[in-house]
Design a protein around this ligand. Structure first.
Ligand SMILES: [Fe+2]
Ligand SMILES: [Fe+2]
Length: 243
């Protein structure tokens, strides 16, 4: 058996149709008609493990997504945020929130990333951590000088100097400010800084013990526990599946 035969669809040319949410509006043409026209005895629409990606273990843990799937910026950003919170003696809930706050950016979806990330982790972490991750998205747009948080310079660069967040972001930030867990979410925004090329490499295993205490990894592995969010994790395992 050759190496390529260890993969599904061996011997066929695998055709990949990128998910529309990542392509629409970018100016790239819709590749679907052309891919469908190429289907024949030697081709197949990609399903299952993609040989171009590291193969995930059968029972994936959170750290496997960090090391096998996440893009470099998200990988470093999450680890650096969490390490800073840890070094400054923040609670384990805050450190965990920092480690998970932009999870969906790693390999799933960027739009409304705080909401997606919160949903992805909700079955596995304390309710306060998922709440804080959800609301960090809205709180990031509003300064709280008492807590030492100013509007991020990076946002001026990302969105332009006159960007105004939409109403739902304003509404959710106001709701968060009145909530008993406000400080947890606000602390996530404090450590939520883009380091770009300045950060030292951090081994995700640094957080293994903390995750063992506070992240309830399902026995079947993330993606296979039948939870309401399992499909989100499976989408990251097989991001190129046609259906
Ligand atoms: Fe974020
Ligand atoms: Fe972030």
């Amino acid at each position: 058996m050759t190496q390529s035969e260890n993969w599904p669809q061996a011997g066929l040319t695998r055709l990949i149709l990128p998910s529309p949410v990542g392509r629409i509006g970018t100016g790239a043409p819709d590749p679907e008609p052309e891919l469908l026209a190429r289907l024949g005895p030697d081709t197949a629409m990609m399903m299952g493990d993609n040989p171009a990606l590291p193969r995930m273990p059968a029972k994936p843990r959170l750290v496997d997504f960090f090391t096998h799937r996440f893009n470099d910026v998200t990988f470093r950003h999450l680890l650096t945020s969490a390490k800073r919170a840890l070094d400054e003696g923040q609670s384990e809930k805050v450190v965990l929130g920092c480690l998970l706050h932009d999870l969906s950016n790693g390999c799933l979806v960027r739009c409304d990333h705080g909401y997606w990330s919160a949903q992805m982790i909700a079955p596995y972490v304390d309710e306060e951590v998922a709440w804080a991750v959800k609301y960090h998205q809205a709180l990031r747009y509003f300064a709280d000088e008492q807590m030492g948080y100013s509007y991020p310079e990076s946002y001026r660069l990302f969105f332009g100097p006159d960007y105004v967040p939409p109403d739902y972001i304003r509404r959710d930030a106001e709701e968060a400010r009145k909530h008993k867990w406000y400080a947890t979410s606000r602390l996530i925004t404090l450590y939520d800084i883009y380091f770009f090329d300045k950060s030292e490499p951090i081994d995700p295993e640094l957080f293994t013990d903390l995750l063992g205490r506070h992240f309830r990894t399902p026995e079947e592995g993330l993606g296979f526990d039948g939870s309401p969010v399992a499909h989100m994790w499976r989408t990251m395992i097989w991001p190129n599946n046609f259906l």
